[in-house]
Design a protein around this ligand. Structure first.
Ligand code: FAD
Length: 343
């Protein structure tokens, strides 16, 4: 176990509400560590609808999911926070003196008086290929996301999927790979039109070979990854595809997963909160955004922003007992403007 990171607020989930928590905490001088299971911040906005316009962010006539996340990242730039991606929070445990311990799947350990669960509908987990022991060669021939592109230099890579991730990475990795095999069950892609065009022109140059209509049947190799057994979707004939690496982009499932085991009061698949401060039944554990529920709850970004603004006030009180929570308008409060870097 590496060193323990101590912070004011640990935020589980870097969706829009987790990101805005950094802003509200920053205004009160609190620092945060944000953790997300995905390889990027932005939650549903980035993962499910990056190109779709949102029309109900107050004061913003319209903004795509990606533009919204970019704007939130710009807004929290002045503040003291760190992001830990590609890891799920697996453990939440009470410590003495009103502290909580949080441990991630990468075994990073945090200690904080406040934990904000901004986990949406749960951690996005990759859908795995429907084969025996899909994870037998995980990170050694089989991957569901890319952490370091250099791993794929000069390699023969099989990429599975018909959406944006499969298309984007086929195009991107073709710049460094020896060869890309793009495997899909039909000659019809759901990704952006311009990326599909780029992919098809790379097929013409030979950098990408389309394996259509094929599906995965098994992963080949006893002690190490050797390639894949594919099945022609129509003739049902099998074929061995020898390659060095495989990437499966079959979409994501949402899993509440470990959250169910933390002893927090739930209502269905949501966390019950007190609307005075959006605290759960455990002091110092808050739930904000789509993950929580209370009478009248709406799963909207602006509702999550309100909830976390109120919750951060209580978090401040837990860190500074007996102190009044400072309040000011960003338009006129010089102290707040200094924190925001306004000159
Ligand atoms: C197609 C579509 C269109 C939408 N349009 C609108 C709209 O127009 N206006 C609007 O207001 N809302 C809209 N929404 C809803 C909006 O996207 C959600 O309300 C918002 O994303 C909730 O934000 P959040 O931060 O609470 O959670 P999310 O965006 O769901 O983010 C939660 C994050 O937590 C991570 N996570 C969960 N558990 C763990 C764990 N244990 N460890 C680590 N990470 C974890 C997840 O990986 C995820 O990235 C739309 C939703 C969809 C699907």
């Amino acid at each position: 176990m590496s060193k323990i990171i101590e912070t004011d607020i640990v935020i589980i989930g870097a969706g829009p509400v987790g990101l805005f928590t950094v802003f509200e905490a920053g205004l009160l001088g609190l620092n945060c560590h944000l953790i997300d299971n995905l390889d990027k911040v932005g939650g549903q906005c980035i993962e499910l609808y990056p190109e779709k316009p949102i029309y109900d962010i107050p004061g913003v006539a319209n903004q795509t999911g990606k533009e919204h996340v970019d704007a939130l990242l710009e807004q929290i730039k002045p503040f003291d926070y760190q992001t830990h991606l590609n890891q799920r929070v697996d453990l939440l445990e009470e410590l003495p003196d009103n502290y909580w311990k949080v441990i991630t799947s990468e075994k990073i350990e945090f200690k904080a008086k406040n934990v904000f669960i901004a986990a949406g509908a749960g951690a996005f987990e990759p859908r795995k290929p429907p084969v025996e022991e899909p994870d037998k060669f995980l990170a050694n021939g089989v991957d569901y996301s890319i952490k370091d592109k250099s791993k794929y230099a000069d390699k023969e890579i099989a990429i599975f999927g018909g959406g944006d991730s499969a298309l984007d990475w086929s195009v991107e990795l073709s710049k460094i790979a020896k060869k890309i095999y793009l495997v899909h069950r039909r000659d019809d892609f759901r990704g952006a039109e311009h990326t599909e065009k780029q992919m098809r022109s790379l097929v013409n140059t030979g950098a990408i070979e389309l394996k259509i209509p094929y599906v995965i049947k098994s992963i080949v190799g006893d002690s190490s990854f050797e390639g894949l057994e594919l099945m022609h979707f129509e003739t049902k004939e099998d074929e061995i595809l020898k390659c060095d690496e495989s990437l499966f982009f079959f979409g994501l499932n949402k899993q509440l997963g470990p959250i169910l085991e933390w002893g927090i009061d739930l209502e269905g698949k949501k966390i019950s909160v007190d609307t005075e401060n959006y605290q759960t039944n455990k002091e110092g554990i808050f739930a904000v955004g789509d993950i929580n529920t209370y009478p009248g709850k709406l799963d909207l970004i602006l509702c999550g922003f309100h909830e976390t603004t109120i919750a951060v006030q209580e978090a401040y009180k837990r860190i500074n007992p007996g102190k009044r929570v400072p309040f000011g308008y960003t338009t006129s409060n010089k102290g707040l403007q200094e924190k925001l870097g306004v000159k």
